[in-house]
Design a binder for this molecule. Structure first.
Ligand code: ADP
Length: 481
């Protein structure tokens, strides 16, 4: 999946989580409002019932006052309350709708109140028509009191029911509130954690992939064109990796073509060069008495130029061989290789009156023996060659093993190399001196570096101009393989 696709999925997940939390919070909020509404309605029922009771008591006291005193004001008081009671009952009706038991109680209440008002009306009418006595007899019969007591009981029952409803609704309200608060808190934490974790994981994965790309491009930049990015999955990094691999493969193919070309050219030039060498030598050996001084000088110059070209072609072919050789990497005894190299260089070492100190023992390395031998030969040849004028070369060869690798040092006390040049002398044809002062082709160290790198190793130099150089090559240890 592409990087933007991954981000898309991450965002979609976070948004889905947020929507889920919002929906649950909305449901919780609705439940909270519903139960608050139920509690509020029950409270209204209770307060209406209490008002109803007060109005009834007011009406009764008016009725009683009128019967006892015959005072019109009491009569008005009673009469005023009756329509209020009826109105309140009408307002209460919709509030108790939908609850069967409450409805039954309400019907009973309505009937009893109507009856109670009727009893009052009759008593008042008796007071008006027959005076105190008949009305007092009706009151004393207790009919009105029984109705009033019954009404109180119904009101008490209805209020008790409403109180239960309020308690339950309050519990639900608190529950819903708790739910919304917990959900908002945990939801926010969950969304934030999900975003953080997803962000962390994606960043980590991307950093790793970028690191892999950087590692491979570093190796390619260092010249090892065999390095490839491991292709995994189908995201943008895989596409970049594939592009890098294609580029490396193309570069590798071009390099191989160039190598093959250089090899063929160097190889094919040898035949005409041999002729040039042979004929110039023949001129010097067999016809020098027929040439004047200038002719002899020219013949010698042709011969030495041909010699130099031969050295160059030999080195180019050697470099090409190191580049192309199919290497078999096996444990090699470094000590034997050093001994063989010193034996093969013994005459030039003796000629230069050089002393070579070999500090034994040497660990084994993993290498391709002919290329390793060539590299050590080049280093010791240079150590013998680049000495200060009239000085006797003193060379030390030693090795150290660290962390699975072995580093072989070739140390001289020669002319040394300025820091600016210490890296570039490993390139092909890089020389710091003219052929008169120090003969050479400028390919020796390039062969060392290429050969050692192809065996999975590294090369380098530490040097102080005028004090000497310490060249090193490093290869995987072969002691425990
Ligand atoms: P060549 O020896 O044929 O000139 P190399 O590639 O072996 O080519 O070396 C490149 C250059 O590095 C040399 O020309 C020389 O200037 C410098 N160099 C190599 N080895 C040494 C050394 N041991 N001491 C000082 N300079 C060195």
């Amino acid at each position: 999946m592409s990087v933007s696709g991954k981000y898309g999925v991450g965002y979609a997940f976070a948004i889905a989580l947020l929507i889920g939390v919002a929906v649950a919070a909305y449901v919780g909020q609705t439940r909270y409002e519903e139960s608050s509404e139920v509690a509020e309605r029950a409270n209204r029922v209770i307060s209406d019932l209490e008002m109803l009771w007060t109005e009834l008591i007011e009406a009764e006291s008016g009725q009683r006052g009128y019967i006892i005193t015959g005072n019109q004001e009491y009569l008005n008081q009673a009469k005023q309350q009756w329509p209020s009671i009826t109105d309140r009952l009408s307002r209460l009706a919709p509030l108790v709708e939908g609850d069967a038991s409450l409805n039954a109680q309400f019907a009973q209440l309505r009937g009893d109140l109507t009856d109670r008002i009727e009893v009052s009306r009759v008593a008042i009418a008796k007071r008006q028509s027959g005076g105190f006595q008949p009305a007092a007899l009706l009151v004393a019969s207790g009919q009105g009191k029984r109705l009033t007591d019954g009404i109180r009981d119904i009101i008490d029952d209805m209020e008790a029911t409403q109180r239960h409803i309020i308690t339950a609704a309050n519990a639900r309200t608190a529950e819903s509130l708790d739910f919304v608060i917990s959900l908002s808190t945990f939801g926010a934490i969950a969304v934030a954690s999900a975003i953080l974790i997803a962000g962390y994981l994606m960043t980590r994965q991307m950093t790793r992939r970028v690191q892999q790309l950087v590692e491979v491009t570093d190796v390619l930049g260092g010249g090892d064109l065999a390095a490839r990015v491991a292709l995994r999955g189908h995201d943008d990094f895989t596409s970049i990796g594939r592009a890098i691999n294609n580029m490396a493969a193309n570069l590798q193919a071009s390099r191989e073509t160039l190598n093959a070309f250089a090899y063929t050219v160097a190889h094919d030039l040898r035949a005409p060069l041999r002729a040039l060498q042979g004929f110039s030598k023949a001129l010097i050996d067999d016809y020098s008495d027929q040439l004047n001084t200038e002719g002899r000088d020219w013949a010698r110059r042709i011969f030495s130029a041909a010699q130099r070209m031969d050295e160059l072609l030999t080195d180019i072919l050697e470099y090409s061989r190191v580049n192309r050789e199919n290497m078999q990497l096996v444990p090699v005894k470094l000590e034997n290789v050093v001994d063989d190299v010193l034996a093969s260089l013994s005459s030039s070492i003796a000629e230069a009156k050089a002393t070579v100190t070999v500090e034994r023992p040497f660990p084994a390395v993993i290498a391709h023996r002919p290329v390793l031998e060539q590299a050590i030969t080049n280093l010791i040849t240079n150590a013998v060659k680049f000495t200060k004028p009239r000085a006797v070369p003193e060379i030390r060869v030693w090795a150290q093993a660290t962390n699975g690798t072995v580093r072989l040092w070739v140390v001289d006390e020669g002319i040394g190399i300025a820091p600016d040049h210490q890296e570039r002398i490993f390139n092909v044809f890089e020389r710091l001196h003219d052929a008169e002062s120090y003969p050479g082709t400028g390919i020796g160290l390039a062969i060392v570096r290429k050969g050692i790198e192809r065996m999975g190793g590294r090369t380098g130099v530490e040097s102080v101009p005028g004090q000497g150089s310490q060249f090193w090559i490093e290869l995987p240890s072969g002691d425990h393989s």
